[in-house]
Design a protein around this ligand. Structure first.
Ligand code: 5AD
Ligand code: FES
Length: 346
């Protein structure tokens, strides 16, 4: 097993069968070796710097009905909200003072924020904060919409592919959504010139080891700038409310394999990871992650953006999360930096 890990650290790639073996047969001991190797590569690429992104959850209205997601349109119990342009700018203002130099505007697929409204919001942030990166995470759009938002000043786009296996994709989503279109969106975003993030949930219902290996191979081929990986966590009022959550161990294994496959990729230690274990984000960093994404959304809407149950930080102010994260990160020998935190290979 350690030979395989050494080979992965050297070549940044493995065959399907080797990846399968690695994911399937990892033990406590071998995974500690894997995490150590991933941490080393992460240190070579980014030192002990941890980049932060301020997440602004602008709407929990969504036209889609993904079976895993707490803000799916069929969830009648979700209390819906939208942030105004002024509220969004207020979040940026507070975030800037706290040292954030990347703003991530994330939301459900909400018709209200059409291209004109979104482009206006993006271009105002662009002119107000010329030294900040603007990341969008607003789901699937057509080429021209992505292009218009890029022209308005957006630098990056996060769109998790969710699973690279067709059958698995259709078990997680209604038939109105397709893996084909998802992948098309990711390639369009790349072509337009965005720094792109894909990713998936570890331990989502019906996920097999084969699915995970296909995800890893897809990610290697896409060569994204960022990869968002977190455990699946059941969400009440969804069809998957009674399914099991993904595990800490498997999430860390996947994170570290991705670090070894793409040494310079931006890899967040996600809020979902912090939700399934009190030290989840720290353990993520020690397994090769180099980004954290605390919440900048106004406190009164935070509990409404519930993609999954028991999400952390829904009662904390942005400044509290900033201080809390700084302590956590310094405790493990890393430091939070005030920087746009671009990917090394843009
Ligand atoms: N558990 C964990 N992650 C989830 N997401 C959506 N629902 C859940 C859940 N129940 C993730 C999806 C989506 C991202 C914004 O949040 O992968 O792309
Ligand atoms: Fe939000 Fe710790 S990061 S309270």
């Amino acid at each position: 097993m350690n030979n395989l890990i050494d080979k992965l650290s050297r070549k940044h790639n493995l065959s399907y069968d080797e990846l399968y073996f690695l994911v399937k047969n990892s033990t406590k001991e071998s995974s500690n070796y894997l995490f150590e190797k991933a941490r080393l590569i992460s240190n070579q690429s980014y030192g002990y710097d941890i980049y932060m992104r301020g997440l602004i959850e602008l709407t929990n209205h969504c036209k889609n009905d993904c079976y895993y997601c707490g803000i799916r349109k069929s969830n009648r119990n979700a209390e819906r909200y939208r942030l105004t342009k002024e509220q969004i700018l207020e979040c940026c203002n507070a975030g800037y003072k706290l040292g954030f130099r990347t703003f991530v505007l994330q939301g459900g697929e909400d018709f209200y924020y059409n291209d004109d409204i979104m482009a206006d919001i993006v271009s105002t942030i662009r002119t107000t904060y010329p030294d900040c990166a603007i990341t969008l995470s607003l789901g699937e759009k057509n080429y021209n919409s992505y292009k218009m938002l890029h022209n308005a000043g957006a630098d990056r786009y996060l769109l998790r592919h969710e699973t690279a296996n067709n059958d698995h994709y259709s078990k997680l989503h209604p038939s109105t959504l397709s893996l084909r279109n998802r992948k098309k969106c990711l390639y369009n975003l790349k072509e337009i010139g965005y720094q792109v993030g894909c990713g998936f949930m570890v331990g989502s219902p019906f996920q097999t080891i084969e699915c995970i290996v296909e995800d890893l191979i897809f990610i290697k081929k896409l060569k994204p700038h960022m990869v968002g990986i977190g455990p699946f966590i059941p969400s009440k009022d969804t069809p998957f409310a009674d399914k099991k959550a993904g595990t800490l161990q498997m999430t860390l294994i996947v994170l570290s394999i991705i670090r070894l496959m793409l040494p310079e990729v931006l890899l967040p230690a996600t809020t979902a990871l912090g939700t399934i274990h009190p030290k989840g984000r720290e353990l993520g960093i020690l397994a090769g992650a180099n980004v954290v994404m605390p919440n900048l959304s106004p406190k009164d809407v935070r509990k409404k953006y519930m993609l999954y149950d028991n999400k952390i930080c829904t009662k904390d102010e942005a400044a509290e999360c900033r201080t809390c994260l700084q302590k956590r990160i310094e405790n493990i020998g890393y430091k939070l930096v005030v920087s746009r935190g671009d990917c090394k290979y843009i």
